[in-house]
Ligand binder design. Structure first.
Ligand SMILES: N[C@@H](CCC(=O)N[C@@H](CS)C(=O)NCC(=O)O)C(=O)O
Length: 225
């Protein structure tokens, strides 16, 4: 079968779409929304009912880090990642772990405050703390790295960068990158033009004007069930 990536617009599955676009091998996409992601039909693919999920002949893979490492290996010749066993692989894996746990976790109270506290006032407090303290602290770590390197992956954008773009854009809604984190701001300005990022953005916005090699269209959850 042609691998299918389940995605939710505006979410962390963005990075996996970018990686698929860079890879250039056949793939399809299955768009979910806030209702279908919680459906029993989707639960068959991801018991946690979250995105991303990649379904291929090998089976069903969930968790961004696992999917991105899988795609990265398939795209070693295209600099999507480094070969396992090298120091560069370990560094990319360290970055992916940081992004998918620390940074993604810190965004939680902003995206879903109701999951972290019961009362509205407690939710607001957690949300404010995340926006003003936790997320900026983590971004300043990335700001330091981007002061020394053009990309989180090293000399080229790789799967860690693809993932960071997908979740970092949410932080750009409440943090002025250009003012507070100029290296991150510059990075986003440049990365926005990357063909994989352009494609993934167009997919989410449902306005694909130019496709990428390998994209074989969207498939509905119903067709896959
Ligand atoms: N640990 C998972 C987290 C996945 C996750 O939280 N995905 C979010 C989107 S960024 C999601 O599916 N949200 C829908 C929901 O939880 O209702 C990963 O890294 O893939």
């Amino acid at each position: 079968m042609i691998p299918v990536l389940f995605y939710l617009p505006g979410s962390c599955s963005f990075g996996s779409i970018v990686a698929l676009a860079w890879l250039g091998q056949p793939f399809r996409l299955c768009r979910l929304d806030h209702v279908t992601i919680k459906s029993d039909a989707y639960r068959m693919f991801n018991t946690l009912r979250q995105v991303p999920t990649l379904k291929s002949d090998a089976g069903v893979l969930t968790e961004s880090a696992a999917i991105l490492n899988h795609l990265g290996f398939l795209g070693l010749d295209k600099n999507l990642a480094f070969k396992q066993g090298t120091w560069e692989f370990d560094r990319t894996n360290q970055m992916l772990s940081f992004l998918t746990t620390s940074l993604h976790g810190a965004m939680g109270p902003i995206v879903h405050p109701e999951r972290f506290a019961e009362s509205t006032s407690a939710q607001e407090e957690l949300e404010q703390r995340a926006m003003k303290i936790q997320v900026p602290e983590l971004l300043s770590y990335l700001e330091g790295i981007l002061n020394r390197h053009l990309w989180l992956g090293g000399d080229y954008p790789n799967v860690a960068d693809a993932y960071f773009y997908g979740i970092g854009r949410s932080a750009a809604k409440f943090i002025d990158f250009d003012r507070d984190f100029p290296n991150v701001g510059n990075y986003f300005t440049q990365f926005k033009l990357d063909p994989g990022v352009v494609f993934a953005t167009a997919v989410e916005d449902q306005r694909i004007t130019e496709s990428v090699t390998g994209f074989e269209g969207e498939v509905s959850l119903q067709e896959l069930s």
